[in-house]
Design a binder for this molecule. Structure first.
Ligand SMILES: Nc1ncnc2c1ncn2[C@@H]1O[C@H](COP(=O)(O)OP(=O)(O)OP(=O)(O)O)[C@@H](O)[C@H]1O
Length: 779
């Protein structure tokens, strides 16, 4: 544990990977739009190219070893000179004119080219601002601070406690931890002026959780239990309508409002990759979290076995975790597995939000007994618990009782029954304590008015007594101006192992999940076979004039179908995975880059296999051009990868699966409209032309059309559709595909894949959870 008196500024800084993503995107854009020497421009050169577009000095290096230097807007002239000298090929000029003007016929092209370049400078500046500085702008918006600065304290009063590695958590300051809190309140501001703000926690809440003890937070539904648990942990999700205040202490030291206590937080719903066994899940997490500390496999295996034994998971060690669709662990075992995962770095404090929800009484007792054993080892345990049995209730040491956001009791579990009796709310002998106290603090609604009034009065009495009682019981130092501690837990921002190991582990997990999901694989195979048979049964391509239209129709259907399947599949499945991955990224188990690459690579074999099945059926049945099957498989596979990346992008930026699914239809419709044959490039409105450049369907269709039509010859026999077309090249010219090459298609699809990954990476980074900072309680 390091300490320092410097206070962190707490502003978000654009991380180097994000800046690189921005630069790379602009470079790709530059390469796409102004490549003076196709194939000769390096990424470095295009990055410099972009710098030139920012009206700064730029040098362009080509493989021809020619060097040009020019200043800002002289670049247009330089390109003009180069073009005059024959250095600049004609297609760039055409592309520039088409992109910016919609035609390429003007003869005053030198001046126009200069204008076009100037516009590109403008577009590039906008793009650069959006790509590279958007994260900075976004995170600088009000409420985006993620660290110190909101507690109203002077500089120098805060001491940073920097925790660098998991071993440090166990030593020193965090070895044996008491967590205290007082005057905790939360108000939900209403946006409509005529409505009063809603009090969720009333500011009367105080208590402490001590090492070796278990604190239960109880209360009727909606009383604020989960909110309080998150508020103490520093985990309340950012919402500009929320105002949170209070004070928190660790071992009697005051914490800053933005400190997140280094604890294990086990949420109500924990999701795992369903096809991994208990042991595989723990192996994976132990290696990622503790790889740097536990260097040998024996050490890691020993920790995994220890966790399995402690959490009583021995019998199910080789059972898959499962989920609602796949049969696996029982609910209680899954809960204990989630505790085991959180115990890997041996945190001294464990917070749990309703660990027994959805479990039968036997399983609930097993989970709480497990927690009891951990408390007996010296851990500090705080758990929200809902209607516990008497046995489970008695396993806890302390109780914090809430009703309607107000404190009703804080103290020992063993004393609460007599405490309520002393207040005049005697419990009948046959009623359990937990049941009785919940009855005491629950408002009667919908019964007769008298019962409602009495329950209201009872809550008032208990609440006012609780404030007095707790003030006597829980007192923290009154000197609130003393130095505060600001916890910087670097163990939660740095993965425990290097990127190559992260990549290897993530690749293994993705592949395992994919290939063990036999039902999903079967569905994909059946889809491919049925589509192949349907298309093959309808189309039988000959060489007459009508076969030209048939070919274009079939290829278009193949591409639209492949786009639909790949994109929709990813959009449906990724949000579920994102829930797990976001948690793991937030816990900094690994970086986003290795995750994306591993995910994409793991899917390639299955994509290739499915396309091979489809190709093997459709090719002979539909009588597509012989000798082009290999290219066909490569192009459809690349297209599926691109469509999956696009789906990944939508899944990453969308806040939930509903939004992701709502985005799918407009995206696919736009793709189909701009697929290269539904609207002529010249007729596309200027502002929308970029869509056709990044159109998935367009590039996929172009690729298949080039592969199929090039080298084909058609008979002059009917039925006729317009003038006689003799060669495949003439047919391609109908849709403006003459002069295009398969290389350009592969290049464009690869750029789409890379851009989608990068944007998904940014999406995941930007949608990372932020938390509300606790301010000082009002005086
Ligand atoms: N961010 C928020 N925005 C709107 N309402 C909120 C927010 N956080 C909490 N609330 C409201 O505060 C109240 C308390 O919620 P909380 O989840 O803490 O209750 P609880 O006691 O844990 O309930 P349960 O036992 O049913 O889970 C609820 O009415 C909830 O709707």
């Amino acid at each position: 544990m390091r300490t320092s008196n410097s206070r962190s500024t707490g502003r978000w800084h654009p991380s180097p990977p994000l800046i690189l993503v921005g630069i790379a995107l602009i470079s790709l854009y530059a390469n796409q739009s102004s490549r003076p020497h196709p194939g000769g421009t390096t990424v470095f050169a295009s990055a410099q190219n972009v710098a030139g577009k920012f009206a700064t000095r730029a040098k362009l290096t080509t493989t021809k070893k020619k060097k040009w230097s020019f200043w800002g807007n002289r670049r247009g002239e330089a390109i003009t000179d180069a073009a005059r000298d024959g250095e600049l090929n004609d297609s760039l000029w055409r592309r520039l004119r088409r992109f910016f003007y919609g035609d390429d016929s003007s003869s005053s092209w030198e001046w126009d080219l200069f204008l076009a370049e100037s516009r590109m400078i403008f577009v590039s500046v906008i793009a650069s601002v959006l790509c590279a500085f958007f994260p900075l702008i976004w995170c600088s918006m009000p409420g985006k601070e993620i660290s110190a600065g909101h507690d109203g304290r002077e500089e120098g009063e805060v001491e940073d406690l920097v925790c660098d590695n998991p071993e440090q958590l166990k030593a020193g300051f965090f070895q044996s931890v008491e967590v205290g809190f007082e005057d905790v309140g939360m108000v939900l501001k209403q946006t409509k002026k005529d409505r009063a703000d809603r009090v969720i926690l009333d500011g009367s809440i105080r208590g402490r959780a001590r090492p070796g003890r278990m604190l239960a937070i109880m209360g009727p539904s909606g009383s604020g239990k989960s909110t309080l648990l998150h508020a103490i942990a520093g985990n309340v999700k950012h919402d500009k309508k929320i105002s949170l205040y209070g004070r928190r202490y660790i071992n009697n030291e005051t914490l800053t409002g933005d400190s997140r206590i280094p604890l294990a937080f086990i949420e109500q719903e924990v999701t795992f990759f369903p096809h991994m066994t208990v042991k595989e899940t723990l192996d994976f997490q132990v290696e990622l979290k503790m790889g740097a500390v536990l260097k040998t496999k024996e050490e890691r295996d020993a920790l995994v076995q220890d966790l399995i034994d402690q959490l009583r998971l021995t019998k199910s060690a080789n059972t898959i975790v499962g989920n609602a669709k796949v049969r696996g662990l029982s609910g209680g075992e899954r809960k204990r597995l989630s505790i085991a995962c959180e115990m890997i770095s041996s945190p001294p404090i464990i917070f749990l939000d309703e660990p027994t929800s959805g479990l039968d009484s036997y399983q609930a007792a097993q989970v709480i007994e497990t927690l009891r054993r951990l408390a007996d080892q010296g851990k500090t345990i705080v758990s929200v618990i809902h209607q516990p049995s008497q046995h489970v209730f008695q396993l806890f040491d302390d109780l914090l009782l809430l009703s309607e956001g107000r404190l009703m009791y804080f103290g020992e579990v063993s004393k609460v029954r007599s405490y309520m009796s002393d207040l005049g709310y005697e419990c009948e002998s046959e009623v359990g304590t937990a049941e009785h106290i919940l009855d005491c603090v629950s408002r009667v609604v919908g019964a007769d008015a008298e019962a409602e009034r009495l329950s209201e009065k009872r809550i008032e009495v208990i609440a006012s007594q609780a404030i007095k009682h707790t003030r006597e019981l829980v007192a923290f130092g009154e000197d609130h101006t003393k130095k505060m501690k600001h916890i910087i837990d670097k163990t939660s921002t740095h993965p425990g192992t290097n990127v190559f190991r992260q990549f290897r582990l993530l690749l293994g997990r993705s592949a395992q999940e994919l290939f063990r999901g036999k039902a999903a694989i079967m569905i994909k195979i059946v889809q491919q076979v049925s589509l192949g048979v349907i298309y093959g049964g309808i189309y039988s391509l000959g060489n007459n004039q009508a076969s030209i239209m048939d070919r274009f129709g079939l290829l278009s259907l193949i591409i639209i179908g492949a786009t639909n399947m790949a994109m929709a599949g990813t959009i449906r499945s990724f949000p579920k995975e994102k829930a797990i991955v976001s948690g793991e990224l937030a816990a900094s188990m690994y970086r986003t880059g290795p995750y994306f690459i591993a995910k994409a690579l793991s899917e390639i074999p299955l994509i290739g296999f499915c396309n091979a099945i489809f190709g093997a059926i459709i090719y002979p049945l539909a009588n597509l051009q012989k000798g082009r099957l290999k290219n066909f498989l490569g192009l459809t596979s690349l297209h599926s990868i691109a469509a999956e990346s696009f789906g990944l992008l939508i899944g990453s930026v969308a806040p939930n699966s509903d939004v992701a699914l709502a985005l799918f239809p407009p995206v696919i419709v736009l793709n189909i409209i701009f697929d290269g044959k539904n609207i002529a490039e010249e007729s596309i409105p200027w502002a929308l032309r970029w869509i056709s450049k990044i159109g998935l369907v367009k590039w996929g269709f172009t690729g298949l059309a080039l592969n199929e039509f090039q080298g084909l010859e058609f008979e002059s026999s009917g039925p006729f559709r317009g003038p006689v077309t003799k060669t495949g090249e003439q047919a391609l010219a109908r849709f403006g595909m003459d002069g295009k090459t398969l290389d350009s298609v592969v290049w464009a699809q690869s750029k789409i894949v890379v851009c989608c990954w990068m944007l998904s990476f940014m999406g995941l980074s930007l949608t990372r959870q932020k938390f509300v900072v606790m301010s000082n309680p009002p005086e």
